[in-house]
Write a protein that binds this ligand. Structure first.
Ligand code: MRU
Length: 364
């Protein structure tokens, strides 16, 4: 399997390559992105997805924009291209974080240096994500190891939602990073994979990743988690995040909040794994302040799957043609339901004080 989710090919300058995740797990289709419009479309239509990968892709989008401007092969101005990227998806803060970081670097240097600086920083942001996710793996590992030491005769049962795995990042993943590390160290793990309606990132991407890594897992309907927790079948929940406030409220894929409620009711530890660029230090109240993406009704009224005989994606209608649908793509889990945040700097309480302890440079 292609190890990274975004990369540069030395033979194709001013271009990045990605996997079109809409076609997973059925086909690993590699796509070149060479204009800022293509990058925007890849983010908006979820060819790439997951907060950290959206951030890395947007960073390369800025570098591609600089190359286009330099070669005068775009009608867009720098500001228009930047705004296009900034508005491609609203919830994952990694996108704005990456674009602003690129903007600061680009606007600080002379015109002649801008293209080279932009590509170098986009590469650096991408490499940084790999080492951050490796840090999350190490920080989260003791949680799994402790449960294993308590119950050495059986696997550690972990439930996850959506795909906060390596396909959501550059490599490793966030929620799955400690799971991969535990597995590689011989700790027996078993993962309950929420299918994650409406786009089924759990069924199509997380299950595929875990199968590829040889990690035992079981796919479940989104509504099964509460039942499994009531029956003692879940030791630990680990999910990802698209934006975490400075007070520890967590936006993640729709349905995460319900998992947190069920975990709370059943005293199952509920952890959120996130890289520091996912923390929005400007926000204090996640429910009121985090922008929640509303996606197309069609993702609810229809379902997409792989037609095996013709080997292509097929979309089928599920609901009556006249029934309207609503499709909020994310929800917010309040900090009080989160047992802890797993970051590259270690695990902390989901609170302002907890985050300040491991990010002292952010404390007043
Ligand atoms: O809509 P998606 O597929 O981009 O949503 C992804 C998630 O919600 C992930 O859990 C989140 O981005 C964390 S990724 C490491």
């Amino acid at each position: 399997m292609q190890k990274r989710t975004i990369w540069r090919d030395a033979t194709k300058p001013d271009t990045v390559e990605i996997i079109d995740q809409r076609r997973l797990p059925h086909e690993v289709s590699i796509v070149n992105l060479s204009t800022v419009e293509e990058v925007e479309q890849a983010i908006r239509d979820m060819w790439v997805r997951g907060a950290p990968l959206i951030g890395a892709t947007a960073a390369y989008g800025m570098a591609i924009l600089m190359s286009q401007l330099h070669k005068q092969n775009t009608e867009l101005s720098y500001e228009q291209g930047k705004q296009l990227l900034l508005h491609s998806r609203p919830t994952a803060v990694n996108l704005a974080w990456a674009v602003q970081r690129m903007d600061a670097a680009i606007t600080q240097v002379s015109k002649e240096e801008q293209v080279a600086i932009a590509w170098a920083l986009a590469d650096a942001i991408t490499e940084e994500d790999v080492s951050i996710c490796r840090g999350i793996a190490e920080a989260g590992l003791p949680l799994i190891r402790n449960i294993h030491q308590q119950y050495p005769q059986r696997p550690v049962n972990i439930l996850t939602h959506c795909n906060a795995g390596r396909m959501a990042t550059v490599e490793w993943g966030t929620a799955t990073a400690p799971i991969y590390l535990a597995h590689s160290q011989g700790i027996p793990v078993h993962v309950w994979v929420d299918e994650t309606r409406p786009r089924n990132q759990g069924a199509s991407i997380t299950a595929w990743e875990l199968a590829d890594a040889g990690i035992p897992h079981t796919l479940i309907a989104d509504n099964a988690g509460g039942h499994l927790m009531q029956h003692g079948s879940v030791d630990l929940v680990i999910v990802g995040s698209d934006r975490t406030t400075k007070t520890g409220d967590v936006a993640n894929k729709i349905g995460t909040y319900l998992k947190a409620l069920a975990a709370h009711d059943n005293a199952v530890p509920f952890y959120v794994a996130l890289p520091s660029p996912t923390i929005d230090w400007t926000l204090s109240n996640g429910v009121d302040e985090i922008p929640i993406e509303e996606r197309s009704q069609r993702e609810i009224t229809h379902i997409t799957g792989w037609e095996e005989s013709s080997q292509q994606l097929l979309e089928l209608r599920l609901s009556p043609a006249g029934s309207p649908a609503a499709n909020p793509a994310f929800d917010v889990t309040p900090a009080r339901l989160v047992t802890g945040l797993i970051t590259e700097r270690g695990i902390c309480e989901a609170s302002e004080a907890g985050l300040w302890e491991i990010f002292p440079e952010r404390a007043p």
